[in-house]
Design a protein around this ligand. Structure first.
Ligand SMILES: Nc1ncnc2c1ncn2[C@@H]1O[C@H](COP(=O)(O)OP(=O)(O)O)[C@@H](O)[C@H]1O
Ligand SMILES: [Mg+2]
Length: 601
């Protein structure tokens, strides 16, 4: 997380810009057209003061007034003004179109990326951070890109056109203007540099805040849903503490960023006024010394001098905006550049889940998330149809072991085989399809109950779906929903109880009937009555299938064929419940402690 604080190097900024421009490539014709129109619009707008100057000279020149000449000019001016405004509008439309299409393409890439991200990325990045990269950063970046580039172009072109017109009218006054404006640029450059790094920091802090809020909101829901408040409130307090600190940091950075961006306009405006005075003075002196300079020309030059400074004003804003959008772009590209799950081995073959018998073996498996060794010496031999329980204190590596079976992570040493085949030589998709998983965190997709159940077997008939729901004891509650199997569900399944969501996930597995099952603390947050139902559903499911059950409540795994007792990443005891009780070791201790606390409660 702290890595995000690193400021973008100019090299990184250029790279982000180049890559961002690549997304605009399909719309090059529109962009090119917009550039041409913007050019015409700017030249037309800048020609108006010349005409006004001419009109003034026709009115005051040599004491007489050339009415027809002035009328001629007065008809051209509105035409130029209309052309300029119309083209400017078209350019803006093109910009919006371009921005929307870049946003769409980058979001599409992000979504596709999320599917290919290794679990390790999702495990190590808070959801809120990933979300804010995909939503807020993508918006900021394409918005900044479009307004940034169009403004940059029109500002630069304004400066050039004005300069040329001024030189043609009177190069000496043009020189005064050109000499004084670097002042304006220096001020702008200094301020924008400060503003950029502060805005970057601010955007990083905002992402971190989003992440904490996301976590505490979901945590808050959990606290409300179950009365397991004690354990969670401690986490929550820690989160809240983190948040206050972050929030204070955010306030400081935001204040400084706002300070710098607030002095941008006043200070550049001050410098601009200096330029304006310089031109008036120089022009006036010249008119006195050299009667060839007319009043109309001085009026035109003054107008230019005034407006010459404006694009510099805009440039400083635009550069800050572009830089902040590039900072966002860099964060988005960082997400897009995360390596995918490692490629499959060349000889990896798919297995047919329907034909898997279900023997699972581990030999000398070692694994660690970081440099620090964590899991080692994992050996076991599970025969088809065996019911295996994995128990041990929180953090001992039960979920990690499951992640290794599913190849969410790869082992560092040792092998895991399924039906005698090294899982590294089995494609991930077919391996994962061979395991049915029910986890503590259920996940539903938005769609109807029916669609949610049929996820693992999209071609299932209504009869099959209902049969699966009956088998998992979910049918009766589904029938009571407002529209039965056609009741729409939201992603968080808000209208369902935790147990009902759990039952839906079990039904899903029941329908797909994979040869092997994994139940990871699937009943740990469910009331006893529902749990009994789920137990029954599980029993149904497990018949004839190799199953791995990770359970908090040890009384639920008493009849397992084998219990693996884990501690600190190792298997320290194994056997049936009776054997382990007789041995009176770690398991017996755990069981006794749970039994006592259950009685005391
Ligand atoms: N993605 C991860 N990156 C680093 N460490 C992790 C990651 N996931 C889990 N751990 C650590 O590995 C250990 C085992 O975690 P886990 O297998 O989830 O335990 P259990 O399921 O037994 O409660 C814990 O110390 C945990 O903090
Ligand atoms: Mg776990």
């Amino acid at each position: 997380m702290a890595k995000n604080k690193v400021k973008l190097s100019p090299e990184a900024r250029r790279k982000a810009l180049r890559r961002l421009l690549r997304y605009s490539r399909p719309l090059i014709p529109i962009a090119a057209g917009a550039f041409v129109l913007a050019g015409i619009s700017i030249v037309a707008a800048h020609f108006i003061p010349v005409l006004v100057g001419n009109a003034i000279d026709l009115a005051v020149g040599k004491g007489n007034v050339d009415i027809s000449g002035i009328l001629g000019i007065l008809t051209v001016i509105p035409i130029l003004a209309i052309v300029s405004a119309l083209f400017d509008w078209l350019v803006r439309l093109a910009g919006l179109r371009l921005g929307a299409s870049v946003t769409r393409d980058i979001r599409a890439d992000c979504i596709r990326k999320i599917e290919k991200l290794p679990l390790s990325y999702l495990d190590s990045h808070r959801t809120g951070d990933t979300l804010s990269r995909m939503i807020a950063d993508v918006d900021r970046m394409s918005e900044g890109l479009v307004t940034g580039i169009t403004e940059l172009y029109s500002s630069a072109l304004s400066i050039i056109v004005t300069l040329i017109f001024m030189i043609v009218i009177n190069y000496k006054v043009a020189l005064v203007v050109a000499l004084l404006t670097p002042l304006s640029m220096l001020v702008a450059a200094f301020i924008s540099k400060r503003t950029f790094s502060l805005f970057h920091e601010q955007s990083t802090l905002a992402a971190r805040e989003t992440a904490v809020i996301d976590e505490s909101v979901s945590g808050g829901a959990v606290v409300k849903a179950y009365s397991r408040a004690d354990a969670i409130t401690a986490d929550f307090d820690e989160l809240t503490g983190d948040f206050d600190e972050l929030n204070e940091e955010y306030r400081k950075t935001a204040t400084r960023a706002v300070f710098y961006s607030s002095i941008t306009n006043p200070s550049t405006r001050f410098v601009n006024s200096l330029v304006y005075c310089g031109v008036a003075l120089a022009g006036g002196l010249m008119a006195v010394a050299n009667p060839l300079v007319t009043a109309g020309q001085i009026s035109t030059l003054l107008y230019y001098a005034h407006n010459y400074a404006k694009p510099f004003n805009e440039l400083s804003d635009v550069i800050a905006e572009l830089q902040s959008s590039l900072a966002s772009a860099a964060r988005v590209f960082e997400l897009l550049d995360t390596p995918d799950e490692p490629a499959e081995l060349p000889d990896a073959a798919a297995i047919d889940p329907a034909k898997v018998e279900g023997s699972v073996r581990a030999d000398g498996v070692e694994f660690s998330y970081t440099d620090r060794p964590f899991m080692a010496g994992i050996d076991f031999d599970v025969k088809p149809g065996m019911r295996v329980a994995v128990v041990g204190p929180t953090g001992c590596g039960k979920t990690t072991l499951i992640n290794l079976f599913m190849r969410f992570y790869e082992t560092n040493a040792g092998t895991i085989t399924v039906d005698g085949k090294d899982i590294r030589h089995i494609t991930r998709d077919s391996l994962r399809a061979s395991f049915g998983m029910v986890l503590q965190d259920t996940w539903l997709k938005s769609g109807t109950v029916r669609e949610n159940i049929a996820m693992g077997k999209p071609d299932a008939t209504d009869e099959e779906i209902e049969a699966a729901a009956r088998a998992s004891h979910a049918h009766s509650f589904i029938k009571r929903l407002p529209k039965g199997y056609d009741t729409p569900l939201s992603e968080d399944g808000g209208q369902l109880s935790q147990g009902q969501k759990q039952l839906l996930c079990i039904t899903r597995v029941m329908l797909a009937l994979p040869p092997m099952l994994i139940l990871d603390e699937a009943t740990s947050s469910i009331d006893t009555r529902t749990e009994i139902k789920i137990q029954k559903a599980f029993a149904e499911l497990m018949r004839g299938r190799t199953s791995f059950i990770v359970a908090h409540r040890l009384n639920t795994i008493k009849n397992a064929d084998m219990i693996l007792v884990m501690k600190d990443g190792r298997i320290i005891e194994r056997g049936t419940h009776d054997e382990l009780m007789k041995a009176d070791g770690f398991y017996a201790g755990l069981y006794g402690a749970q039994f006592k606390s259950a009685e005391g409660a």
